[in-house]
Design a protein. Structure first.
Length: 406
């Protein structure tokens, strides 16, 4: 006949013991009860019969890991613990990956892929496929797989795509690879949207004392005495370095080329002292547009000054988001100034220069207070003097400007 289980005694002892000690203690109580003791202890404590049985084996054999004199006593035997979900549910990673394929966009070869599916919806769909997994675990798996939850991005274009869109992408990639393999610089350029200078509301939030938000103006009209800031960026693709020239005048071709000139003087030439060629990837419109005569005229000046042979590849219409500077540099800057009013030009410059990423992005920034007039025209004679060599493939998108003395 089984003796009465000393429940009060057990409940007092268990909180004082580690896992291995609990196993052995319960085993000793089970042995003390005699026949049926394992079942009785299991029912009284909720501990499985297997654990108590293993405790009896430990109790009646020598195990160094139970010794208080052991240098590193183990609580579990080696190999113990919960197995990874990839082991207990084979194929779960592949199933989640296939589920994500229909909801992703962007470069599939890039270091980061995006998803806009909620974790709870993914949990429901994975459970429907026969896998037992909670939404929190899905979040951890997605992070390990290279996904992160992001806001919507303007990626799709209205209307038909240009028939040579993909061919131009291949041309840009192949040209960039050839330049970088030979140690020549490849830069991605663009002008970020203008920002009002002043005590205006800025998107995002920043930690502050509860009930003590930063007070800003109740309107978004530019202040005449401060104007707007135009950050023009130059991103060195191979070096993962950015240069931002913050202007306060018009975004013209002169401003664009002067930004490239400033990058070359401060960052490009020191890094590539032996370079004789430079590749620029740019949008097809704006101050650095493919049809801008002033853009090419100003590049000719820069080529003459630097001695560089400058090759330009423009992205097809409607594909500016594929330009590396957009997601390697410009997307990082707002993260650094979220919730911060851009009250002065100095604040803007300092915040941009402080932008970093986990991948080691380095950014240098300067203010450009020069005035760039709008409407500057390039005469036919001046344009004819440009040492311009157009590529056989889409000469309007791809061309080289050499120093005029060559």
């Amino acid at each position: 006949m089984v003796k009465e289980v000393p429940v009060d005694k057990i409940n007092k002892m268990l909180p004082l013991l580690n896992e291995a000690q609990k196993r052995v203690y319960l085993a000793s109580e089970a042995e003390a009860l005699g026949h049926g003791g394992i079942t009785a202890i299991s029912k009284a404590t909720g501990v499985s019969r297997v654990t108590i049985t293993n405790g009896i084996k430990d109790l009646n054999s020598e195990h160094p890991y139970l010794s208080q004199d052991a240098p590193s006593p183990r609580i579990r035997r080696e190999g113990g613990g919960r197995k990874p979900i990839e082991v207990t549910q084979p194929g779960i990673i592949e199933a989640l990956e296939s589920l994500m394929e229909n909801s992703t966009f962007g470069d599939p070869q890039g270091p980061l892929r995006w998803t806009t599916k909620s974790l709870r919806n993914l949990e429901a769909e994975m459970n429907a496929r026969g896998y037992k997994i909670k939404y929190r675990k899905i979040g951890y798996l997605l992070k390990d797989m290279g996904y992160s939850l992001q806001i919507n991005q303007k990626m799709n274009q209205v209307g038909s795509q240009h028939p040579d869109r993909d061919a131009q992408f291949r041309h840009i990639n192949e040209t960039a690879e050839e330049y970088m393999e030979n140690g020549f610089p490849v830069i991605s350029i663009d002008c970020k949207k203008k920002e009002n200078i002043g005590n205006f509301k800025n998107s995002g939030a920043e930690y502050a004392k509860k009930g003590n938000p930063v007070n800003v103006l109740d309107h978004d009209f530019p202040l005449p005495d401060k104007g707007k800031a135009a950050p023009y960026g130059v991103y060195d693709i191979a070096a993962n370095e950015g240069f931002v020239n913050v202007g306060v005048s018009s975004d013209t071709a002169q401003f664009a080329v002067n930004s490239i000139r400033s990058w070359w003087d401060e960052m490009g030439k020191p890094r590539y002292p032996e370079a004789t060629r430079l590749l620029i990837t740019a949008d097809g419109g704006g101050s650095n547009g493919s049809h801008s005569r002033l853009w090419k005229f100003e590049l000719q000046k820069f080529a003459d000054e630097s001695g560089l042979e400058i090759e330009v590849c423009h992205f097809p219409p409607g594909t500016s988001k594929w330009n590396k500077i957009e997601h390697r540099l410009f997307s990082q800057i707002p993260k650094n100034w979220r919730g911060r009013p851009l009250e002065t030009l100095e604040i803007i410059v300092n915040l941009i220069a402080s932008t970093t990423t986990d991948n080691g992005l380095v950014v240098r920034c300067k203010a450009d207070t020069a005035v760039y007039p709008k409407g500057t025209k390039v005469s036919d004679k001046e344009f004819a003097g440009i040492n311009l060599l157009r590529n056989e493939f889409h000469p309007d998108w791809n061309y080289v400007i050499r120093p005029s003395y060559e």
